[in-house]
Design a protein around this ligand. Structure first.
Ligand SMILES: Cc1cc2nc3c(=O)[nH]c(=O)nc-3n(C[C@H](O)[C@H](O)[C@H](O)COP(=O)(O)OP(=O)(O)OC[C@H]3O[C@@H](n4cnc5c(N)ncnc54)[C@H](O)[C@@H]3O)c2cc1C
Length: 248
């Protein structure tokens, strides 16, 4: 591994929750940077001939700067993630931050948080930060994945809902239930369950702001549905993980 780049961080944690899907900890070697929940950091690793950098949403609380946490999918044939999957805990990594405007709006509406895949990351940071600050916010969190084992933080989120200590409602949905014999929850892509969840929780343009993160097709579909139901554009916030039409 090339170590000749003046790296700014250290890979401090690696939890591969399913093949090619990991919760990753990174420690900043010098002054940790502050961030707002929902923002992203830029991670960088030396490739064969250059530093390869990618934006990654931070999933940990904004009040815990000793380790930044990320939720990352390995993209086969990608430039950055295969380099990351070759690293080990203790290896250097570049980290800088933070950037982004995908943050909870200063309104008193319910937040409908819709994530596909690793798009759950910024929402975990929002929830963890609110809990650390003993603040509450009425939230409905929807997470769409291919398989039930991709539902990161599912048990923690279900326990949080059951505890009644924080006003969040949570639903996961799996798009390949044929591969999940134990799954009894919602099925289909997350964009397909949003309308039903709006009805079930009586979420309207008057009382709700929608936050969308992850796959651009999901974001486009929910945006169109929200517009048809009268949500003004400023009440539909979005973070696209890659440009539409660029599938791997
Ligand atoms: C603001 C922002 C925040 C991001 N946060 C995260 C994050 O928290 N976790 C994360 O895994 N990725 C995140 N991404 C995507 C990330 O920056 C990289 O694009 C991704 O890790 C792939 O990099 P790569 O170099 O391996 O592949 P590239 O060579 O860059 O190939 C990119 C292609 O991979 C596919 N792709 C990209 N991201 C994903 C993904 N997450 N899941 C499935 N397919 C994908 C797309 O088809 C895309 O065109 C974020 C992107 C943005 C813009």
């Amino acid at each position: 591994m090339s170590t000749d780049y003046p790296y700014t961080g250290l890979l401090s944690r690696w939890e591969e929750i399913a093949e090619g899907l990991a919760i990753v900890g990174v420690q900043a070697l010098q002054n940790p940077f502050p961030f707002n929940p929902g923002q992203y950091a830029t991670l960088g690793l030396m490739g064969p001939d250059k530093l390869v950098q990618r934006p990654m949403s931070i999933s940990s609380s904004a009040d815990r700067l000793d380790e930044y946490e990320f939720f990352i999918r390995l993209v086969e044939g990608g430039e950055f993630t295969p380099l990351l999957w070759d690293r080990r805990v203790g290896d250097p990594i570049n980290i800088k931050g933070a950037k982004g405007r995908f943050v909870l709006q200063d309104d008193d509406r319910t937040g409908l948080l819709v994530a596909s895949g690793t798009g759950l990351a910024p929402f975990m940071s929002m929830i963890e930060t609110l809990r650390d600050r003993r603040q509450t916010r009425d939230l409905v969190l929807l997470h769409g994945v291919s398989h039930d084992f991709d539902l990161a933080w599912r048990s923690q989120l279900e326990a949080l809902v059951a505890s009644g200590s924080f006003p969040v409602r949570y639903a996961g949905t799996v798009s390949r239930p044929q591969n999940c014999p134990d799954w009894t929850g919602l099925t289909g892509r997350v964009e397909a369950i949003v309308e039903g969840q709006l009805e079930e929780h009586r979420l309207t343009p008057e009382n709700t702001t929608i936050y969308l993160c992850g796959n651009p097709d999901m974001i486009e579909a929910v945006e169109a549905m929200a517009a048809a139901r009268g949500f003004p554009p400023e009440q539909v916030r979005k973070e696209l993980y890659w440009p539409k039409g660029r599938e791997h």
